[in-house]
Design a protein. Structure first.
Length: 320
């Protein structure tokens, strides 16, 4: 019988990962976004990933984008059916397919639902529960409810998501596994002699609550810096003591951590895993942490109030 290490495993990502992998190998970046690919490879497993879907030569993108856009308008999350279609000829050569993220994994489940993919699929969800909550009557909800059952293994980063998939989506309990999110401690724990002077807040997720953060720090005698996506702060009044960084590379994020006295992770309760990656990164960087007390954090880690971090009520300026 062939050993597990002889099995061929294909990782499918929601964005290109070749540069992330190369930077990690050179010691220039973290491996967090590889979700264990590199560690399996170092352990001798036969693993691959391909960025071909992110090439301008991807003829499937314009063909399937109208369908993806219709899903984005309902959930705010992508659906990369073009990537799944482009990888079909390669998928047949692998024993196990790992869909890392909802927009990358869900299209694989569609192809499995229709019998086009027959290989085992591991589906790693992160945020889908929050995107579907309260949308039980939408066509996307019912569409996903059918295809989610095709996942051979279903992983989630928070119990609040697992509860949703079991109760609302009808996914069998035996198929869902809680796997805590991890980070690259070696990268984010790097020491620096940079003076620590600012309060930082980092994150590009839709559930970030920079409105409350700005209201809380606006009158403080400290400077603050925020690293985010433009959509996170659209329409918000930015205090004069706050500096904004838009879509900065991870090396600049590390520098921000290294010049910070503490970090704030302000989140809206969306009943999904949220804020976890920044929480782990800043903990690795040795920063005191103030985080919104949302289920995406409290049902994911057994952190103790005032021992590991400080929790504050979500969307509560006074508490923060």
């Amino acid at each position: 019988m062939a050993s597990n290490k002889s099995k061929k495993i294909l990782f499918v990502y929601r964005t290109a990962r070749d540069e992330v992998y190369r930077d990690w190998r050179k010691g220039k970046g973290p491996d967090s976004l590889l979700f264990g690919f590199n560690h399996l490879k170092n352990m001798g497993y036969n693993v691959d990933f391909f960025d071909s879907a992110y090439s301008p030569l991807n003829i499937f993108h314009p063909l399937f984008y109208p369908f993806e856009h219709s899903i984005i308008t309902q959930t705010g999350m992508g659906f990369k059916l073009d990537q799944a279609a482009m990888l079909l000829t390669k998928i047949r050569n692998y024993d196990v397919i790992v869909g890392t993220g909802d927009s990358a994994g869900l299209p694989l489940l569609v192809l499995k639902y229709f019998g086009i993919i027959k290989k085992p699929v591991i589906f790693m969800t992160s945020g889908l529960a929050g995107a579907l909550k309260g949308k039980n009557k939408s066509w996307v909800f019912n569409f996903y409810k059918k295809i989610l059952k095709r996942a051979d293994v279903f992983t989630s980063y928070a119990q609040v998501e697992i509860d949703f998939f079991e109760k609302d989506m009808g996914v069998e309990k035996s198929r869902i596994i809680y796997i805590p999110l991890a980070t690259d401690w070696n990268y984010f724990s790097q020491k620096s002699k940079t003076p620590r002077k600012v309060i930082c807040a980092v994150g590009t997720e839709q559930g970030r609550d920079y409105k409350t953060f700005f209201e809380a720090v606006g009158n403080l005698p400290y400077k603050a810096e925020v690293a985010c996506h433009p959509d996170n702060i659209q329409g918000l009044k930015i205090p004069s003591n706050v500096r904004i960084h838009i879509n900065i590379p991870v090396a600049e994020v590390l520098k921000l951590y290294q010049r910070s006295i503490l970090t704030v992770i302000p989140c809206i309760e969306r009943y999904r895993s949220s804020g976890q990656m920044v929480l782990l990164e800043t903990a690795s960087a040795g920063l005191p942490i103030i985080a919104s007390k949302i289920k995406g954090i409290t049902s994911a880690f057994n952190f103790q109030e005032k021992e590991h971090l400080f929790f504050v009520k979500p969307q509560n300026r006074s508490d923060l």
